[in-house]
Design a protein around this ligand. Structure first.
Ligand SMILES: Nc1nc2c(c(=O)[nH]1)N[C@H]1C(S)=C(S)[C@@H](COP(=O)(O)OP(=O)(O)OC[C@H]3O[C@@H](n4cnc5c(=O)[nH]c(N)nc54)[C@H](O)[C@@H]3O)O[C@H]1N2
Ligand SMILES: Nc1nc2c(c(=O)[nH]1)N[C@H]1C(S)=C(S)[C@@H](COP(=O)(O)OP(=O)(O)OC[C@H]3O[C@@H](n4cnc5c(=O)[nH]c(N)nc54)[C@H](O)[C@@H]3O)O[C@H]1N2
Ligand code: SF4
Ligand SMILES: [Mo]
Length: 705
């Protein structure tokens, strides 16, 4: 059988590592990281991609709901029928309530141009994503300090001398390229300081580990700022040149001494002083990395802001081993890709979630998903009628799926475009199954960075079942809805040629390495002349953000100590496993074998008080929700917290391996659907308290007399 080698991009998580795939006939025989970029490295999930191909516990043809929502009765239909069904209902919504009554949500990433063109082509501004449960606080904090988003600055992890990570479990919640950079940095003698409420793979490799009381990162960051200022360990020149209102920070920080922070966080003040001495000597090659999470507490926006300010104090902007402004094709003297969204007029209506107008400090880009639930419930600012989720599962992503269902029952149409049965898909009216990443081509994508490039995902094998690529699904739907003109292609090859046309490259240029580099050398701006690079209203790095002030919000918020869990309760925190990507790999035959269920981590002393031993079943109870799970009893978690890996507790019966294996943290987060940091928009996922008790489902303990 004919053997082939295909350049592609992994789709097992959203990192989308570049890969090389070997095929024989229609079988995938080998997958590795692109040797030119990743030296062949791939993670466990990426290696399990071929098991996704053959997995029949995914939607294998379009499905239309027959019974009530969520009842699991499906009619198998042709693509023709399914697309007509969706198009007719969208048309009805447009006719009765205008195109703005349609919401589309998508996980984001390098291929969103296609979906943006579709929803805006229909005339709706309501394009959204998952990010209020992920990195919105970090993003908005970054915007408020630099006027640049979280993706406009990259951390030069490999060359830094000291990497400081707050709840960023970089060696487990991984991106291959970044993980390799951390290891190279450590090999080169760099230091790693890690802050978490529990010990992790990253903490084990770290030079220093601060185990903090849950939710006190803001205090720690304030204590660090105080100590940096006290020791004079900051870049005075950089600050004088680029930073506004530094004196306001000096004044604000007065009460937040290192000793105070140490007491608040439960660490030693001496450790903080030593830490600041080190970074003072190592700056500017010091990176404070708020990651995506910094975990989701009520003040996480301000904690992220404080970390950004620490970076500013280090003077690490546009330096090797610090933070570097991303560069795009234009910075290499090259032309960018032609975009489909560029063909489409901007929708006239305001966003229904209020981002950019009701909430002027929120980036109106993808807005905030949870605010659509308010709009659905109230019908304000206008009625909403349909939700299309592409590569996004709001019932796994956002708290309290039951509350979400109650709101979504007000909509006439729910569509899931997914490779799997998502929890949302199972509740929706139509499932349009996308071909897996190995069975489809995607758009040409731009990867910005110090060395920007164009990259491509090419189809490795033919679809095994009656599924289609997103490119085809969108094109077919657009034609039915009278907006076919915005999709001027009839195959991925034609689309690539259209996108690439202004750049002077062709698909042939990708044959050698799977990507096209736009520069040989890293591009750096002149650090002595960064004027115009900071997109804040003042053009300076803003300690007091004008936008926040205009929105009536403080830029430097006084610290408030997080609530202690009520007696007998714990704060529920969560994270990821290196072998799973959120909830959608839990049913993968190979990955399920590696980690079939989650456990709940509980501190040894607390477990002893509850009579819970390692491996015992415990009931985890929050207001209105409960689940039973195995306990992992350990010294390596703060006594106030319990921890579980996100993604388990799935309720789709057709996924036999994942069905009811472990429990879902988001289902315990009752009442938190729209609880957010008002300044950052991030959801307060970590503001959930649960009771844990030994379950009656354990076998009775017998005592030998
Ligand atoms: N309680 C709690 N909530 C959380 C988190 C948590 O840890 N705990 N984590 C938060 C974070 S950081 C994030 S990023 C979000 C993630 O939340 P989501 O974005 O919803 O999560 P994913 O599981 O990455 O992907 C969603 C859907 O994409 C589908 N999918 C995967 N590959 C493809 C594909 O190739 N094509 C198509 N069409 N669909 C595909 C999957 O089957 C899945 O149904 O959740 C957030 N919410
Ligand atoms: N293998 C794998 N890798 C992934 C993903 C995946 O699903 N699987 N998802 C990707 C995505 S979408 C994201 S957003 C990133 C997320 O990457 P990270 O930001 O590294 O997120 P998590 O693994 O969720 O780790 C969160 C950590 O925060 C800790 N924590 C909880 N409360 C506190 C606190 O008060 N203070 C501090 N300092 N820490 C606290 C938790 O104990 C946990 O270890 O990972 C990405 N990489
Ligand atoms: S990190 Fe792993 S799963 Fe994610 S894209 Fe890269 S290889 Fe694939
Ligand atoms: Mo995320």
């Amino acid at each position: 059988m004919a053997k082939k080698s295909v350049w592609s991009m992994c789709g097992m998580c959203t990192v989308r590592c570049p890969i090389r795939v070997e095929t024989e006939g229609n079988e995938v025989t080998w997958i590795e990281g692109n040797p030119h970029l990743l030296e062949g490295a791939l993670c466990a999930k990426g290696s399990a991609g071929h098991a996704l191909l053959t997995d029949e516990e995914r939607p294998l043809q379009p499905l239309i709901r027959k019974g009530g929502r969520g009842a699991g009765r499906w009619e198998k239909v042709s693509w023709y029928t399914a697309l007509d069904y969706v198009a007719e209902r969208l048309q009805a919504a447009i006719k009765s309530h205008g195109p703005e009554s349609i919401i589309m949500s998508c996980r984001g990433g390098p291929f969103v141009d296609l979906l943006k063109a579709f929803i805006q082509g229909l005339g709706s501004p309501n394009f959204t994503n998952h990010d209020s449960a992920c990195g919105r606080n970090v993003h908005h904090a970054s915007l408020s300090v630099y006027g640049l988003g979280r993706k406009d600055l990259i951390y030069d992890v490999k060359k830094c001398r000291h990497l400081v990570l707050f709840g960023r479990n970089i060696l487990s919640s991984l991106r291959i390229a970044e993980l390799n950079q951390v290891l190279d940095m450590l090999d080169a003698g760099g230091k790693l300081t890690y802050v978490d409420v529990r010990q992790t793979m990253t903490g084990i490799k770290a030079t220093r580990f601060f185990q903090v009381r849950p939710g006190t990162d803001y205090a720690l960051a304030l204590g660090m700022i105080h100590e940096v200022l006290r020791q004079g360990a900051y870049d005075k020149e950089f600050i004088a040149r680029y930073v506004a209102d530094f004196d306001k920070l000096e004044e604000f920080i007065q009460p937040y001494t290192a000793e105070w922070a140490a007491v608040e966080c439960g660490i030693k003040g001496k450790w903080l002083q030593e830490f600041v001495q080190e970074i003072g000597a190592e700056r500017p090659k010091v990176v404070f990395h708020p990651g995506w999470m910094l975990s989701r507490y009520r003040d996480s926006f301000y904690a992220c802001r404080a970390l950004h300010l620490l970076n500013v104090l280090m003077g690490n902007v546009e330096t090797e081993g610090g933070q570097i402004l991303v560069k795009g094709p234009g910075d290499c003297g090259a032309k960018g890709l032609r975009t489909l969204a560029g063909l489409v007029p901007k929708p006239a209506a305001k966003r229904a979630d209020g981002a950019g107008w009701k909430y002027p400090h929120f980036d109106k880009g993808p807005g905030l998903f949870q605010l659509f639930y308010d709009a659905i419930r109230t019908g304000e600012p206008y009625p909403l009628k349909a939700l299309i989720c592409v590569r996004h599962d709001p019932f796994s992503c956002f708290p309290d799926p039951q509350a979400q269902k109650e709101a979504l029952d007000k909509l006439d149409l729910l569509v899931s475009i997914d490779t799997h049965f998502s929890e949302f898909g199972w509740y929706s009216d139509v499932i349009l199954p996308e071909s897996t990443y190995l069975e489809r081509s995607s758009l040409v994508a731009t990867q910005k960075g110090v060395k920007p490039r164009f990259i491509m995902r090419q189809q490795a094998v033919e679809p095994r079942y009656d599924t289609k690529s997103l490119i085809e699904i969108v094109k077919l739907l657009a034609e039915r809805l009278g907006i076919g003109q915005y999709f001027p292609f009839s195959s991925p090859e034609e689309l690539w040629a259209w996108q690439l046309e202004p750049t002077g490259f062709t698909a042939k240029d990708f044959e050698a390495k799977g990507f096209v580099s736009l520069t040989d050398k890293p591009i750096m701006f002149d650090r002595a002349n960064l004027d115009g690079k900071f997109k804040t209203p003042s053009g300076k790095i803003e300690i007091i953000s004008q936008k926040l002030t205009e929105a009536g919000l403080p830029s430097l918020k006084p610290y408030e100590s997080p609530a202690k869990p009520p007696k007998g309760q714990f704060r529920l925190v969560f994270g990821r496993s290196p072998v799973h990507a959120h909830s959608h790999t839990v049913n993968n035959p190979l990955l399920h074998e590696l980690m079939p269920e989650n456990t709940i981590w509980i501190n040894k002393r607390q477990a002893a008080k509850l009579g819970v031993a390692e491996g015992d079943l415990v009931d985890v109870i929050s207001e209105g929700a409960t689940g039973t799970i195995k306990a992992h009893v350990t010294e390596f978690i703060h006594p106030e917290a319990v921890y579980m890996v996100h993604g388990f507790g799935r309720q789709v019966p057709l996924q036999t391996r994942a069905y009811h294996a472990g429990i879902a943290d988001q289902k315990l987060m009752q009442g938190l659907l729209t609880e957010m940091d008002p300044a950052g928009g991030g959801l307060c996922l970590c503001e959930c308290f649960v009771t844990v008790r030994r379950s009656a489902k354990n076998p009775k303990r017998t005592v030998e007399l």
